[in-house]
Each structure stands twice: as structure tokens, then as C-alpha cells.
Design a protein around this ligand. Structure first.
Ligand code: COA
Length: 497
């Protein structure tokens, strides 16, 4: 049984139930799990850990690549299994626990977690739980639909538990490129100079003696929950396409553009879909997650090749993708997230970074994570890795949220993930503000008139007028800077009635 999946015969006696494997965990351990934006996550161990916690206290520090699927994050949070969590999540139940202070959440740049583990800044991983397509003849692990931080977890953990998922086709073997940077400070440059280049191995090499358990599963990743494009996201996409056409016309890039990165969620996915209405051909992607839009662009020929750390698709696209894997074999590479998001490579390739803001201010500071300045939404994810280091950093957002009660363009961002120094272009459904080469005093009117919702523009103009009276490089009325957020809390709207 499973000979094609467990090719090192001596490991056969490690096959056991998830419940038995869960007995290896001890209270207070640090656990590294595979999984990145709902792709390639362990399916059985999270549920077994929830059961295990019913019998005896189990409070873990849980590290992953990014968010988990199958409601695992929420189930483990509600069972009290997760005491500390990093570097990213996107689960409503876990979000509640974070915002009540019951779970300590460390919101990190996704390229940094593996680096911090390697350098000993974070406590070492005790147990790694990794979903795999198969284990090779020498005990190496072939990941499934994501790589994330799996290679670093597997190499560091004292014990490794592998979930072999029979629902993940064997044909996924060969899609991965596993390269783990050397230790600092004598590290050689990462030898990657184009998006599809392979610089590593197709599987994660580990000492098989550390494989403590193998659990067999048979269930698909949770489908993407990104919503389809709508009127506003279509308009945002048109502004982005027109802008990029202008960049080509000005000779700053060729018709294949520079390698693209697109963030998670509904808006970034919809904007990328919009590129299928463009005349760009043979584009490349160097991103962290491929959503439905990337597969559509590959299918239409707009996109030639794509590199990422995970593939997160809706059910229909996933089915089509898996059924036609051979079409994508030479066009997609899956890498560890510290390579997909590595500042050195993002800077070298000159990425066009396209990410989503919850809100941004009149000077270009972007809040992508904290609702109202205090409450965690998902986390910064990889947006900072790309925004700071890319050639062009574009942030998109709808101009209002909650039926107009919240303006996404505000006098002062209530939390800043991306400072004005990391932001080149802002876009809403109303227009696009190109901030390159502009001083704060020049940025404010452009952002207001191009991106602000018409209902909020008079208020924004009035704020700037008052701020200018006080002078400064970046004029503000400090007493009023967060008044919009306070008004929303008090009156349920940012709009002055
Ligand atoms: N204040 C409060 N809530 C806001 C808001 C604001 N200024 N702007 C948007 N929202 C709410 C929306 O109303 C929506 O709420 P709902 O879930 O109750 O409907 C929610 O935020 C998500 O917004 P949506 O319009 O559906 O956008 P999205 O799915 O594209 O997600 C982010 C947007 C910012 C939450 C998401 O892109 C994210 O988490 N980004 C940070 C991480 C990141 O960029 N990673 C990418 C690197 S690859």
C-alpha cells in the first residue's frame, strides 16, 4: 500500500492515525505547519489536536506559511490549542480571539519568519506537520499545492509528521523548487535572475530518522473565498491597465511589462482578471500566491510563466487545473515563501507590486491590516516584502467601505503598514494617483481628487486647507487627524452630516 507515495520502505512502519500522532505533542511546544492561503495545509492533525486538547491542556505556538484552510485556524483557536500565532491568518474565529487578546498574534513580513527561525530569534520548531504528495526514496518530502515555510520547518524540527494526501495528484511532483538560503553573514547571493528559473531541488531533503509519523489523508484544499469582480473592481482594473499602458508608451517597460505580484483577496484577484482585457502579452508573475486570475491569464496567453509559493483556487478552477497539470508544468514554479518574497530578488527583478489597502491617507501612508486602527483583519502578509522592494508599488482599494459609512481615503491612516516612502501609486474606482516624484503637499490634492469618493472630497479638502495653515513638510491638524475614525465609532459614519 502507498508504495508510490512512501518510496522509502523503512518508513512504512511510521504510518499511524492522526490521533496517535497527536500524542507526540506537549503543552508549550512550538509547531510549524504547512499551509499557505488555504493551500497545502495539513488536514488531519489540526482536528486531532483539537481532540487531544479536550483530554489535557495543550497550548501551542503555531507557525505556518500563511492562512490555513478547513477552518483549522478557528477550530484550534476555539479549542485553546493556539496560544501564539504567526505570521499570518485570515480566519474569523481566530481573528476574534486575537482581537480579544486571548491569542497573541505576531504579524510578520512573510519573507522573515524562516530567517528569524534560522538565526535563533524565534524559538526553534519542536514538531513540523507537513502535507505531502509523497516521500521519495531518500526520504525527501514532495509538498502539495504550497511550499510556504515548510522546508525551514522540516529542516529545523526535532520531529516531523507527514500527512500524505491521496487527493493531491502525484503529477504535482516537479512543480516545486526548494532552495533554502545559507546562514548569514557569509551568504552568497541567491542565484535567481528570472521568474521561472530553477535554483533548487524538487523535494525537501531531511534526515528520514526525524520522521516520527506518517498520516494518510484524502481531502482537497479549501477553495478560495475570493468574490468575483464587480463594477468597482472592474473600474480599478481599467485604471491600472491604462496606467501600465502609459508606462509602456513612455518606454519604462516593454509590452510584457515587468514581473507582476498580486496580493490576496477579492480586489487584487479582480484587478489581475482585468489584465485579460489588455493588449499585454507574455507577461510574467513573481508573486506569492496564484489565484484564479493567474490561471486565466496563463490560459489566455497573457501570462507566459508564473512563480509563487502557493496556488489557491475556486473549486471549479482547481478541478480544471488539476485535470490539466501537464499544460502548466513548464510554466509554474512553487518556491519557499522566503524566496518568492525575498527582498533581494524582488528588487533585482523590478517587480510591479499590486496590493490592497483597507485605507490610505492623503499623503500615501497605507493601512492594510488594522480596522479602525486597532482591530486585526488578516495581517501584512507579503505586501511589505513586495511594496518596499518592487520597482512600482501600487495599492488598490474601493473608495468607501460599509455602504459609504467608511472612507478609505482618510486624513491620517489609523495604522501604517506601508509608509509613504513605499507607495508609488494609489487607485480606487474613481481614478489613479501617481505619486512618484511628488512631495507630500503635492500628493494630497492628487489623492483626494483622483481617489476620494465624491461624498468625502469636500471634507478632505477642508482638512488639507486647515492643515496647510499650520505649515510643515507633511501638514496635519493633530487634534483632528483621527477625528474621522472617532466619528465612525461614535456615529456609525465618517461623513459629517
Ligand atoms: N475599514 C473597515 N473595513 C474595511 C475597510 C476600512 N477602511 N476597507 C475594507 N473593509 C472591509 C470590507 O468591508 C470587507 O468586509 P466584509 O468582509 O465584512 O465584507 C473586508 O474589509 C474585506 O474587503 P474586500 O473589499 O472584500 O477586499 P479583499 O478581500 O480584497 O481584502 C484586505 C482586502 C486588505 C483585507 C486584504 O487584501 C488583506 O488582508 N491584505 C493584507 C495582506 C496582503 O496584502 N497580502 C498580500 C501579499 S501577497
Amino acid at each position: 500500500m502507498y508504495e508510490d507515495r512512501i518510496r522509502l520502505a523503512t518508513l512504512m512502519d511510521k504510518v499511524m492515525t492522526a490521533d496517535r500522532a497527536a500524542a507526540l505533542f506537549r503543552d508549550g511546544m512550538t509547531v510549524g505547519m504547512s499551509g499557505f492561503t488555504r493551500a497545502g495545509d495539513a488536514k488531519a492533525l489540526p482536528l486531532a489536536l483539537v481532540e487531544r486538547a479536550r483530554r489535557a491542556p495543550l497550548h501551542l505556538t503555531l507557525l505556518t506559511g500563511a492562512s490555513l484552510g478547513n477552518d483549522s485556524d478557528g477550530l484550534m483557536a476555539n479549542a485553546g490549542v493556539v496560544a501564539r500565532r504567526m505570521p499570518f491568518q485570515a480566519d474569523a474565529a481566530l481573528r476574534r480571539k486575537i482581537n480579544t487578546g486571548e491569542v497573541m498574534f505576531i504579524d510578520q513580513h512573510l519573507s522573515e519568519t524562516a530567517e528569524q527561525l534560522r538565526s535563533g530569534d524565534l524559538k526553534a520548531v519542536d514538531i513540523a506537520v507537513i502535507e505531502a504528495v509523497a516521500i521519495t526514496e531518500d526520504g525527501s518530502i514532495i509538498p502539495t499545492m504550497s511550499v510556504g515555510n515548510t522546508a525551514s520547518f522540516a529542516q529545523q524540527a526535532a520531529q516531523v509528521i507527514i500527512e500524505i494526501n491521496l487527493a493531491a495528484p502525484l503529477a504535482l511532483e516537479g512543480f516545486h523548487d526548494i532552495y533554502v538560503p545559507q546562514a548569514r553573514p557569509e551568504r552568497a547571493p541567491i542565484p535567481l535572475t528570472s521568474p521561472l528559473q530553477r535554483i533548487g531541488a524538487t523535494a525537501i531533503a531531511i534526515d528520514p530518522a526525524r520522521i516520527a509519523a506518517i498520516v494518510i489523508t484524502d481531502s482537497a484544499d479549501s477553495p478560495s473565498n475570493a468574490l468575483p469582480p464587480d463594477t468597482e473592481t472592474d473600474a480599478i482594473a481599467r485604471h491600472v491597465v491604462t496606467f501600465l499602458e502609459g508606462e509602456v508608451a513612455a518606454g519604462r517597460m516593454g509590452p510584457q511589462l515587468l514581473p507582476l505580484q498580486a496580493g490576496i483577496g477579492t480586489i487584487a484577484n479582480a484587478v489581475l482578471h482585468g489584465l485579460s482585457a489588455s493588449s499585454f502579452r507574455d507577461m510574467t508573475m513573481y508573486s506569492e500566491v496564484l489565484q484564479d486570475s493567474a490561471i486565466a491569464l496563463l490560459d489566455s496567453g497573457h501570462l507566459a510563466v508564473a512563480s509563487a509559493s502557493s496556488i489557491t483556487l475556486t473549486a471549479a478552477t482547481h478541478e480544471r487545473f488539476i485535470a490539466n497539470l501537464e499544460q502548466y508544468r513548464d510554466r509554474i514554479v512553487l518556491r519557499p515563501q522566503e524566496i518568492s518574497n525575498h527582498p533581494e530578488i524582488v528588487r533585482r527583478l523590478g517587480i510591479i507590486a499590486l496590493n490592497t489597502a483597507l485605507e490610505f491617507d492623503i499623503y500615501g501612508n497605507v493601512n492594510s491590516t488594522h480596522v479602525g486602527g486597532t482591530h486585526m483583519m488578516n495581517g501584512i502578509g507579503g505586501s511589505g516584502d513586495f511594496a518596499r522592494n518592487g520597482q512600482l508599488s501600487i495599492f488598490v482599494s474601493k473608495s468607501v467601505a460599509k455602504d459609504g459609512a467608511i472612507s478609505s481615503v482618510v486624513p491620517f491612516a489609523a495604522h501604517v503598514d506601508h509608509t509613504e516612502h513605499d507607495v508609488d501609486v494609489l487607485v480606487t474606482e474613481w481614478g489613479l494617483a501617481d505619486l512618484r516624484g511628488l512631495a507630500p503637499r503635492e500628493r494630497a490634492p492628487l489623492i483626494i481628487e483622483q481617489c476620494g469618493h465624491p461624498d468625502y472630497r469636500p471634507q478632505l479638502r477642508a482638512y488639507v486647507e486647515q492643515a496647510l495653515a499650520g505649515g510643515g513638510q507633511t501638514p496635519h491638524v493633530l487634534e483632528q487627524a483621527l477625528a474621522w475614525h472617532a466619528r465612525y465609532k461614535r456615529e456609525g459614519t465618517m461623513l459629517v452630516k
